[in-house]
Design a binder for this molecule. Structure first.
Ligand code: NAP
Length: 296
């Protein structure tokens, strides 16, 4: 089978599509025939060495997964062969990512894929969706709170905005550039701020852009970031959370239901095949704001 791998971090050319053995599902694991995945910032950070890959080379990248169950390991009983599933693996940092023809992943990290949804759209859900959901949960908001989301036009930000809105909060979007306003989900943001923080203070913030939002937070408000390195020192550690996304099939199931019900929309993307992996990364590096789907 093919796998997108690299030996040591570097520029795009370090990525190679290689022929490697098909893995066997272990205890509680499922073997998935991959259909689609996506490029996330963490893939680029690991490939380029901004995040140091752990373990020994070669390293396989990839977080998102849309595919079909081919076989199940011992005590994996939730999904039958033939089931279409979505999943997010957080193993790319240890070199066991999803960018390969077949992927072994714990069944607890999977959810049934919503029916009749384009795999290119579904591939935009797993990692950004889990991250957004875990960030919103970390805020521990009371009903009807005001929450500022930075990087609101990005993959995590636009899902966080929608989840906040669905939970009855007032979501305030912060984008960097005027053109990004058009990329926001419609009818969800209470206010949109372009390039500068709102004047009135909010009850909580979710930073997905790695910028300091503390000036917009009311005293005692909660600061959540998904970008390692923040939150800023000015926020008390009691009121700050760095979310490191964990795998959760149950959360993916909840997100998939929102997609099925039309309550959560996902962004259009540009599609490349895995054999075009270099071109896909060059397109991603152009920072056009459009997500990239990778298909088998
Ligand atoms: N903690 C975790 O486990 C975890 C999980 C998933 C993601 N993440 C991290 O979360 C971040 C967002 O991920 P994503 O998938 O949503 O990325 P994304 O789709 O690239 O979105 C990031 C957004 O932030 C904006 N942005 C970046 N720098 C900015 C700045 N200095 N000022 C204003 N806006 C800025 C970007 O705008 P431009 O296009 O103009 O740059 C873009 O709209 C990434 O750093 C990613 O690595 C962490």
């Amino acid at each position: 089978m093919f796998a997108v791998q690299f030996e040591s971090p570097g520029y795009i050319e370090v990525l190679q599509v290689r022929d490697v053995p098909v893995p066997s599902p272990g205890e509680g694991e499922v073997l998935i025939a991959l259909e689609a995945s996506a490029i996330n910032p963490a893939d680029v950070k690991i490939r380029s060495g901004v995040i140091t890959p752990q373990g020994s080379a070669p390293f396989t990248l990839g977080y998102d997964l849309v595919g079909t169950v081919k076989a199940t390991g011992p005590n994996a009983e939730r999904f039958l062969p033939g089931a279409r599933v979505i999943g997010a693996s957080t193993s790319a940092v240890t070199g066991n990512g999803t960018w390969s023809e077949f992927v072994c992943i714990p069944e607890t990290s999977l959810a049934h894929a919503p029916e009749d949804v384009d795999p290119a759209l579904l591939a935009q859900l797993p990692l950004p969706g889990l991250t957004a959901l875990q960030a919103v949960d970390a805020l521990q908001l009371t009903q009807g709170s005001d929450v500022l989301v930075s990087g609101a036009a990005g993959a995590v930000g636009r899902i966080a905005l929608q989840l906040l809105h669905l939970r009855g909060h007032r979501a305030h979007a912060l984008v960097r550039r005027a053109e990004q306003v058009e990329w926001l989900p419609t009818g969800v943001a209470e206010e949109v701020h372009i390039g500068s923080l709102p004047v009135s203070r909010v009850d909580g913030v979710i930073d997905t852009a790695g910028i300091d939002l503390s000036a917009a937070l009311r005293p005692g408000g909660h600061y959540v970031t998904v970008v390692p390195g923040s939150p800023p020192h000015s926020v008390s550690t009691d009121n700050a959370t760095l979310v490191i996304t964990h795998e959760s099939g149950a959360m993916l199931h909840a997100l998939a239901e929102l997609v099925t019900d039309g309550e959560l929309t996902l962004p259009e993307s540009t599609t490349f095949t895995f054999s075009e992996i270099e071109a896909a990364h060059h397109e991603y590096d152009r920072h056009l704001g459009r997500r990239i789907t990778l298909v088998v």
